[in-house]
Design a protein around this ligand. Structure first.
Ligand code: B12
Length: 233
């Protein structure tokens, strides 16, 4: 056969396919990633497992090589684009059909920061858990958050930052909320790879969430607390 070196994704077993998807994500091959996601879905994989094991797993490898100077911005952008292709297929499947609305969240990446994959993932998982999500996108100055809180009336404000230079901006937003006397009207969740629990506490957030699954659990916990305190008030 002339094309014997061409890999047919559907002929690989699950483990080989996931490995191949890591390679394809690394190479920024969006169509192949979409095909891989569809094959895993046909094989009855849970959407959440495809997201975490195949896509986020692959992005971890990209992240390590970016850090080590093996990959550069253009390649990482292609990888991110391929990842988004896969996420777009999974998004509607992660939404639990008919789930009662459990709360509303406004989420955005802070000013100076254009990373949005993690934020998008959190948004998708929150929607999947029954939250209504208003996504402000990237590079948000404090005014955007304030305006969205006023017009959307969310229960939760979520902020994302992936750079050590942009994470302090979360404090700017929270401090402004304090100044305006609206801080306690919202549950503030923060996340992003360079953050940690200590940072979350130091800037006055309600919680730092390591990943999207923790974000959903934490949001539900805080919503339950909020309802209880409203009842007892
Ligand atoms: C993809 C990527 C890019 C892409 C972004 C594409 C996109 N659309 O997002 C591009 C190529 C554009 C990019 C650009 C840059 N990047 Co970049 N990037 C990454 C990379 C490889 C992966 C990030 C990612 O998507 N991870 C996968 C997602 C799923 O994980 P996550 O973002 O952490 O999100 C999860 C949790 O953190 C949490 N979470 C995230 N947000 C939120 C929000 C809330 C509310 C909650 C509750 C939870 C939560 O849940 C998420 C899901 O589980 C990281 C490496 C890394 N290790 O993080 C570097 C990294 C973040 N980038 C880095 C740098 C330096 C840059 C640039 C400055 C490079 C340059 N020289 O231009 C620019 C900055 C541009 C800017 N102004 O923002 C550094 C930051 C170093 C630092 N100390 O600050 C990193 C760490 C790489 C490195 N080691 O050098 N980057």
């Amino acid at each position: 056969m002339s094309d014997e070196d061409e890999i047919i994704l559907s002929e690989l077993d699950d483990e080989e396919l996931v490995q191949q998807m890591f390679d394809d994500l690394y190479d920024g091959l969006k169509e192949e990633i979409e095909e891989g996601v569809n094959i895993l879905l046909e094989r009855k994989w849970e959407p959440y497992d495809i997201l975490t094991k195949a896509l986020v797993g692959g992005m971890t490898i990209v992240g390590a090589d970016f850090r080590d100077g093996i990959l550069f911005v253009p390649e990482v952008l292609l990888a991110a684009n391929a990842m988004k292709g896969g996420m777009a297929i999974l998004k509607p499947l992660l939404a639990e059909t008919g789930a009662p609305r459990v709360g509303k969240m406004v989420i955005g990446t802070v000013k100076g920061d254009i990373h949005d994959i993690g934020k998008n993932l959190v948004g998708m998982m929150m929607e999947g858990a029954g939250f209504e999500v208003v996504d402000l996108g990237i590079n948000n100055p404090v005014e955007n958050y304030l305006e969205a809180m006023e017009t959307e009336g969310p229960d939760i404000l979520g902020m994302s930052a992936l750079l050590t230079t942009t994470m302090p901006y979360m404090k700017v937003v929270i401090d402004t909320m304090v100044e305006q006397g609206i801080r306690d009207d919202y549950i503030v969740l923060v996340g992003g790879a360079p953050l940690n629990e200590e940072f979350g506490k130091a800037i006055g957030a309600d919680a730092y969430c390591r990943d999207a699954a923790v974000a959903v659990e934490t949001a539900k916990e805080w919503m339950a607390r909020k309802h209880n305190s409203v009842k007892s008030a």
